[in-house]
Design a protein around this ligand. Structure first.
Ligand code: DGJ
Length: 332
């Protein structure tokens, strides 16, 4: 092939790839959710808040998640704020590992799946997270708790423990309509999923702590709709995606009934390449819930991507169908 034509074709190919990539990054300015694209904050950096969750207080959403440093390093918990769920401002680090060998949070520890809830009685923001102690891999299996006066922190680390003596890895928090909060956690080497009712200040588990089921599940994400609780979980395959499950119950302590896999569309059997982390009730819309998942990139965790999809509240069971892009008008 003539060298000039070859160079021209090569330039066209590169330009096309570049354009596609640019387009994929354009999630925010288009006011759209593009699952798996780069999600840029208001300063143009990929949002670094993995395995996270969102709390809504006084007109603002706060997104907390794992801040990842180089490759797999745990750099604490980051917090972003938004009024509209499309534009996220980096509010910095809500909780940081510390330079103190005696602290559970000493640099080198692993902080995963942070969740924050707001306690209307104490007016405090309470953070729970999965904590692994430095140099012990995933053996410690503890829950950590921190507290703050402001949504953006700084959070004060309180303590870590195994709830009622149980191992605690992947976790979520849920506040019911009456203000009672619960910690849902993978226990017993992830074979058991447990739930513990929290104390009124949300800082400790109570003895109301029981087994939900023994099905080797993690990544719990819960929501309530028309008096029923729905719980989405993943199987346990490390950072690799797997098939999701959904259970439902009329009593949060169970019995929980398995109703199948809620995902629908290409790659649904692998949760579209993602793993559940949280279900967000959209404010100001009736019965509007967003399924949030992480697409892990284990070699460089900070580069992991997000999948947010609307939940279709079908009569039989909730369905989460893949769409290439969508916006909040879906719920109108
Ligand atoms: C799966 C969990 O869901 C993640 O949060 C993380 O702990 C990885 N396992 C580690 O392999």
């Amino acid at each position: 092939m003539n060298r000039n034509i070859f160079s021209f074709l090569l330039a066209c190919m590169l330009l096309t790839c570049y354009k596609i990539d640019l387009f994929a990054q354009n999630e925010i300015s288009d006011n759209k959710f593009i699952p798996k694209a780069l999600w840029l904050d208001t300063e143009g950096h990929h949002i670094n808040a993995h395995g996270g969750g969102i709390v809504f207080v006084k007109g603002t959403y706060y997104w907390y998640g794992e801040k990842r440093g180089d490759k797999t390093t745990s750099a604490g918990v980051s917090v972003y704020s938004s009024k509209d769920l499309y534009h996220w401002k980096n509010e910095g680090i809500a909780l940081s590992p510390v330079d103190d060998d005696k602290s559970d949070l000493t640099k080198g520890c692993i902080i995963e799946r942070p969740k924050v809830i707001y306690n209307k009685k104490t007016k405090k923001f309470v953070m729970w997270f999965h904590l692994e102690l430095k140099g012990q891999g995933y053996a410690a299996a503890r829950a950590g708790v921190a507290i703050a006066d402001q949504a953006t922190g700084p959070f004060k680390y309180l303590e870590s423990f195994r709830p009622n003596g149980n191992m605690s890895r992947d976790m979520g928090l849920f506040v019911d309509e009456d203000g009672t909060a619960y910690h849902i956690y993978s226990s017993d080497e992830n074979y058991a999923l447990r739930i513990a009712k929290l104390t009124d200040d949300y800082l400790r588990p109570t003895k109301a702590d029981s087994l939900l089921f023994r099905k080797h599940q993690e990544a719990p994400a819960i929501f309530k709709y028309k008096g029923k609780y729905y719980l989405i979980t993943s199987a346990c395959t490390g950072w690799a995606p797997n098939q999701a499950s959904i259970h439902e119950a009329t009593n949060i302590f169970g019995p929980w009934k398995f109703t199948g896999d809620p995902m629908k569309g290409p790659n649904a059997l692998l949760t579209f390449g993602g793993q559940s982390t949280f279900i967000l009730p959209v404010q100001g819309k009736r019965n509007a819930f967003i399924f949030m998942a992480d697409v892990w990139r284990p070699k460089s965790l900070q580069d992991s991507r997000y999948i947010w999809l609307p939940i279709k509240l079908a009569p039989e069971k909730p369905v989460i169908e893949w769409v290439d892009n969508w916006d909040l008008d879906y719920f109108n």
